[in-house]
Design a protein around this ligand. Structure first.
Ligand code: BG6
Ligand code: MG
Length: 216
C-alpha cells in the first residue's frame, strides 16, 4: 500500500524539546511547592499547555486562582521560550531531514500535528517550515490530543484521508489521538509508548518507508 502523506508531531519527534518543556514545568511546579519528576512528565507529553498546568496543580494538591493560573502559564512559557532561543537547523532529530527529503522526492505530502502553540516558531528556527503542506498546532484546534482533531485537520489540509497517512508520535496522548482518527502510527523516541503504536523506531534513522509500505 502506498502512503501519500506523513504527519509529524513536533516535540520529541522532529526536535528534542521535551526536555525543555520538562525543565520549565519543574520550575513551575516548584512555585506550587511541589516536586515534579520525569515520570510525572510522561503524563504531560503531547497535551496542551493548559491541560498540562491543570495536571501539575492536581499533582501538587494545590488550588489556584484564575489570575495565578494565567501567571503560571506565562511563567512556564517564558522559561521554555528562553531555553529554545538558540535552536537551529542542526537541531532536528536524527533521521528527520532525510525522511522529509525522501518524502519530497517521492511526492509524499508532509504535515505537522502538534499541541504546541510555539510550533511555527520552532519550525522556523529549524528552517524546515516551508517543507510542510499543512501545519496544525495548538492554536488551530478546539479539542487537544488525545482528541484526533489535530491530525484530521492536518490530513484535510494535505487533501488526504486518514487511511492515506502515517503519523509519527512520541507521546501516549498523541498515539491515542492518531488511532482515534483512524491513522496508522509509528512511535519514536520513547520506548514507554512503543506497544500502543503500529511500529516503533528509536530514531527516524531506523524508519524505512518503502519497507513499511510493503508490510501493510
Ligand atoms: C506538546 C508537548 O507538543 O506541546 C508538551 O509534548 C507541551 O510537552 C505542549 O506542553 C504545549 O506546548 P506549548 O509550546 O504550546 O506550551
Ligand atoms: Mg511529542
Amino acid at each position: 500500500m502506498k502512503i501519500k502523506g506523513l504527519i509529524f508531531d513536533l516535540d520529541g519527534v522532529l526536535v528534542s524539546t521535551e526536555k525543555n518543556h520538562f525543565i520549565a514545568w519543574k520550575k513551575t511546579a516548584e512555585r506550587l511547592g511541589s516536586d515534579f519528576t520525569e515520570m510525572d512528565n510522561e503524563q504531560l507529553k503531547g497535551i496542551s499547555r493548559v491541560d498540562s498546568l491543570k495536571k501539575i496543580i492536581t499533582l501538587a494538591g494545590a488550588t489556584v486562582s484564575t489570575e495565578y493560573f494565567e501567571e503560571l502559564l506565562v511563567f512556564k512559557n517564558e522559561i521554555y521560550l528562553d531555553s529554545i532561543r538558540t535552536l537551529g537547523p542542526g537541531d532536528a532529530l536524527a533521521g528527520v531531514l532525510e525522511l522529509l527529503q525522501h518524502a519530497k522526492a517521492h511526492d509524499i505530502k508532509l504535515g505537522v500535528g502538534s499541541s504546541s502553540k510555539n510550533a511555527n516558531a520552532i519550525l522556523e528556527l529549524l528552517q524546515i517550515k516551508d517543507l510542510f503542506d499543512a501545519i496544525i498546532d495548538g492554536n488551530g484546534v478546539s479539542a487537544p490530543k488525545p482528541d484526533p482533531e489535530v491530525f484530521l485537520n492536518a490530513a484535510q489540509g494535505m487533501g488526504l484521508s486518514a487511511a492515506d497517512c502515517l503519523v509519527f508520535e512520541d507521546a501516549e496522548s498523541g498515539i491515542l489521538a492518531a488511532k482515534a482518527g483512524g491513522f496508522k502510527v509509528i512511535a519514536t523516541g520513547n520506548p514507554h509508548v512503543a506497544e500502543l503504536a503500529d511500529a516503533y523506531v528509536d530514531t527516524l534513522t531506523d524508519f524505512n518507508l518503502s519497507l513499511y509500505e510493503k508490510s501493510l
